[in-house]
Design a protein around this ligand. Sequence first.
Ligand code: UDP
Length: 239
Amino acid sequence: PAGGFSPRRVLLKLSGEGLMGAQGYGLDMDVVRRLAREIKAVHEAGKELCLVIGGGNIFRGLSTAAQGMDRTSADHMGMLATVMNALAVQNFLEKEGVPTRVQSAIPMASICEPYIRRRAIRHMEKGRVVIFAAGTGNPFFTTDTAAALRAVEMNCDALLKATQVDGVYDADPKLVPTANRYDSLTFGDVLRQDLRVMDTSAIALARDNGIPILVFSLQQPGALAEVLRGAGRYTIIRE
Ligand code: UDP
């Protein structure tokens, strides 16, 4: 893509689905191990990194609410699912020798730190990867919005959104073989054309605070490092 750039501090959003591998539910530890190695590579290259992890591989509030549960309780359960994923990613990162801290938006003092903005920034400055768990801490939000919020709070230079495909297309490339892939888009394009990259509140937060979003696939080994060098395949969304 034009104007390849080299962000110094980045937030990586991993969806829960990206952690479940082929099994359709839960965590595939081989996948988590592989992701940890990808993250280690960019950490060693000197990037300041923080992660927001989803929970859709374990629990989604919206679909459970549709089955008769109160949305707020279901969303609380969804946020707890993201904590489980965060602990798994933390564990594999530490096995790779990457220092980490998990910070949860819902305090759980015996498991991880509470979210404290200044402390999170300090961790990154000291070379620790910070994993943000429990989304925003509020029901009716998503971890995509949490990712945009934390990226803004952490003064990140970019938000990297890992998906199952290598960028944003004008139709689902898994269903429509002729779908076109975009190299770059503006926030306005995404909102106007209702391209479902991240939810609207996440896009709006990134736009209002000037944080570019890079959409890419983690399927290819080395993809994360490549994207951060401004190479590889991705769609960049910016002003
Ligand atoms: N969730 C929430 N508030 C947040 C973030 C997440 O209530 O700020 C809940 C919500 O129920 C959601 C679930 O946690 O369905 C898992 O998050 P998400 O669906 O964003 O995960 P992903 O799709 O990235 O795996």
